[in-house]
Design a protein. Sequence first.
Length: 122
Amino acid sequence: MGQSASQAHAFYKEVAKNKTVWALCDAGGYACATNSSGQKTMGFWSSLSRVKKTKANFEAYSSLEPDEISWENYRTKWLPGLKKDGYLVGLNWSGANVVGYDCEPDWVLKAVELQLQAQSNA
C-alpha cells in the first residue's frame, strides 16, 4: 500500500473511531488547493496531531489554525456542500509537498460509513 493509500485508509478508520474531522483555516477560509488535474480540493485530516504536523511542515499553512468538525456536521453539511461546489476532499495530506488522495465527497461518506458499520459489528 502506497503512502497516499495508507493515509486515506487511516482517515476513514480514525474518523469513524473518533467521529471528528479536522481542517485548517483562518479568517479568510479553509485550506484549499487545485490538484494536478485542475480540480478544486479542500484538505481534511483525521486527527489533531496529523493536522498540526502538516501545519508545521508546510510553510503556506503555517498561519492557519486547526478547526475540529463533528462527523455529524461533516456528513450532513460539509460533504453535501463540497459536492455542490465541485470540490474534492483531500485526505490526510502530508509530507513537504502536502500530498495525498483527493476523493469525491460521496466516496468519503461511503468509506467512513462502512468503517462505522464494521466497528459496530466488531
